[in-house]
Design a protein around this ligand. Structure first.
Ligand code: PLP
Length: 233
């Protein structure tokens, strides 16, 4: 069994150290504890250790788990970080405060529709493909800018574009990982120049294996699972 409490305090220490060393990490770095494949009991253990922000990548699993955790009187915040099908948008909007894996306009249209139905606003991050092996995220700047333009035009009143998200490739080549993260860092500047009304702030980048590099490259939120909850059997 993973010692969730001591893992969390270890991670927070490392985050702080990485942030102190980084010239690009200016805002406090948030920790999204990725609890996918781990049971509700592990989430509750993390909450009791002071963690309130979680990430999940499958809606059905997340809904079951977090409905239960909330029924126990806890009030964790949840981000969806995995690729999202349109028919899961309704549940996603119900259980989460942020969808980090927004990768196409059709999904934004569905999220807007579901948010409007329940009068809820939700944060979205644009997921950007920066070199990871799977093809998750916006693949071209054209597609990303088209989506941002629709937001700037006011087409999605319930969606708050708050950040960018990426996954670096799984490789030992640190320069390749850094290139991924710096691409996201530079893209934020480009987007805020092009669409100043959107005020993109967050850079969600960095996982168990590369979060210190991500912070060095300006991450504002790291998504960490294995180093907190142990391996996913
Ligand atoms: C699973 C997952 C993580 C966490 O990965 P670890 O290596 O366990 O820290 C982060 N981001 C996304 C999108 C994930 O799917």
């Amino acid at each position: 069994m993973a010692d969730i409490k001591s893992n969390l305090s270890e991670i927070y220490k490392k985050i702080e150290e990485a942030q102190k060393k980084s010239k690009k990490a200016l805002a406090p770095v948030k920790l999204v504890a990725v609890s996918k494949f781990h049971p509700a009991e592990s989430v509750i253990e993390a909450i009791k250790a002071g963690q309130n922000l979680f990430g999940e990548n499958r809606i059905q699993e997340a809904a079951q788990k977090f409905d239960f955790v909330r029924s126990q009187g806890y009030t964790p915040e949840l981000h969806i970080i995995g690729s999202l099908q349109r028919n899961k948008a309704k549940d996603a909007v119900r259980i989460a405060s942020c969808i980090e894996s927004v990768d196409r306009i059709e999904l934004m249209e569905e999220l807007e529709k579901q948010c409007a139905k329940i009068s809820k606003s939700i944060e979205i991050y644009f997921e950007i493909h920066t070199g990871e092996d799977s093809k998750a995220g916006f693949l071209t700047e054209e597609a990303l800018f088209a989506a941002a333009e629709r937001c700037a035009a006011g087409d999605f009143p319930h969606l708050i574009p708050a950040g960018l998200m990426t996954m670096a490739p799984a490789t030992d080549d640190e320069s390749q990982i850094r290139r991924s993260f710096s691409t996201l860092y530079n893209l934020r500047a480009t987007m805020n120049e092009k669409y100043p009304s959107l005020k993109i702030k967050e850079l969600s980048m960095g996982m168990s294996g590369d979060f210190e590099i991500a912070i060095d490259e300006g991450s504002t939120a790291v998504r960490i699972g294995t180093a907190i909850f142990g391996s996913r059997a």
